[in-house]
Design a protein around this ligand. Structure first.
Ligand code: ATP
Ligand code: MG
Ligand code: MG
Length: 357
């Protein structure tokens, strides 16, 4: 059988690996970290550095198709692999998604709505950016932020020094603070032939900068803005000749959907699709990169609630297992750390919490 290579060893790689196995593929994980919860469910694992070219070449030779589950895989790694094996999505999508300035400029050029933003390469640029954008605002590192890390909020220009220090004085982007009603994501899959399918958008609730829940049906403001946001993300996917699952995060505002960021991969807010849709985001990603027909993205019974199990919340697993309506996912990470995503739970056709009497 064919082998699918996955760059990155986290829970997204684990769920991609399980979906690939279901479709008859062998899976090979390549990740530098000693702990790889993805490698635990697959037969082949290369634990090697992102710049280890001999190991990368051997990995490429062992795989028929390569993909990634982690958007901070160095672009040079993917470029090197692309010289040896088919890699989907491509280098360009990864490059843009790794750079918040490039990402917002790319979407704005395609006609998308973003928060007002300005480049902040150094401390002096922060003053001019604040003068142009005003407060409140958010300062974010251009690269490597996730789960709200590498961000600082500014209530006024008086917070400039503190914000600059808080993000570690890295090259940054200043964004105007968007007064949004709700957050949602558009998750699409684009096939090798350019066919695009969308899952329904959930409402995404964040706590302390980390996704807490994704629920459907979403409030009506999201339903009303979903089509425009989808059209935007389809343009992005087409412009990149994208193959696989692509996620766009949006704010629902009075002015319409505001694009926040994209992830060139399966997304936490799409975990509900495992039990809640005909075909999950993981399975359709594998189908897309393998050139197979895409599966239906239709949802099953509503409501759907996906709740992340973060840090100590993983201790709720026994109770969740006792809830007959709950689908429990435990990522088997060895270290329980505050703010770490350790599992998730999904209810399909039942609201989270005790089932209706
Ligand atoms: P992720 O884990 O989703 O990759 P991230 O660290 O890349 O997160 P963002 O998604 O840009 O960061 O921001 C995290 C959260 O902070 C957003 O989901 C939103 O709640 C809030 N936020 C970010 N940018 C803005 C903005 N310009 N205006 C208002 N709120 C914002
Ligand atoms: Mg992000
Ligand atoms: Mg985000």
């Amino acid at each position: 059988g064919s082998t699918i290579g996955i760059l990155g060893g986290g829970q997204l790689g684990r769920m991609l690996g399980l979906a690939a196995a279901q479709l008859g593929y062998k899976v090979h994980i390549y990740a530098p970290d000693a702990e790889s919860v993805a490698a635990e469910v697959t037969a082949h694992h290369s634990q090697a550095a992102w710049d280890d070219e001999p190991r990368l070449a051997a990995f490429a030779a062992a795989c028929d198709i390569v993909t990634f589950e982690f958007e901070n895989v160095p672009v040079d790694t993917v470029r090197f692999l692309s010289g040896h094996v088919a890699v989907h999505p491509g280098v360009r999508a990864l490059e843009i998604a790794q750079d918040r300035l490039a990402e917002k400029a790319f979407v704005a050029d395609l006609g998308g709505r973003t928060a007002p933003f300005a480049a902040v390469p150094d401390r002096a640029a922060l003053d001019s950016a604040l003068a142009a954008i005003g407060a409140p605002a958010i300062l974010k590192t251009v690269r490597l932020g996730y789960d709200g890390k590498g961000q600082a909020r500014l209530a006024s220009a008086d917070d400039a020094d503190a914000a600059w220090d808080a993000i570690g004085r890295h090259a940054a982007i200043l964004e105007g603070f968007v007064a949004f009603a709700h957050e949602f994501s558009v998750i699409l899959v684009r096939g090798i032939d350019g066919e695009v399918r969308f899952w329904d958008s959930s409402v995404n609730v964040h706590e302390n900068g980390i996704l807490a829940t994704a629920s459907l049906p979403p409030p009506s403001i999201i339903l009303g803005q979903q089509d425009e946001a989808r059209a935007m993300m389809a343009k992005v996917a087409d412009a990149l000749d994208y193959v696989g699952v692509l996620t766009g995060e949006f704010f629902a505002t009075d002015a319409g959907p505001v694009f926040n960021e994209m992830a060139p991969r399966v997304h936490n807010s799409g975990h509900w699709t495992i039990e809640g849709a005909v075909t999950s985001q993981f399975e359709n990603h594998i189908r897309a990169i393998a050139g197979l027909p895409l599966g239906s993205t239709a949802c099953g019974p509503l409501p759907v609630v996906m709740r992340n199990l973060i840090g100590d919340q993983i201790a709720e697993v026994p109770d969740l297992l006792a809830d007959e309506n709950c689908h429990v996912h435990h990522y088997s990470k060895t270290e329980v750390r505050e703010g770490r995503k350790l599992g998730h739970a999904t209810w399909v056709g039942f609201a989270a919490g005790p089932p209706p009497a």
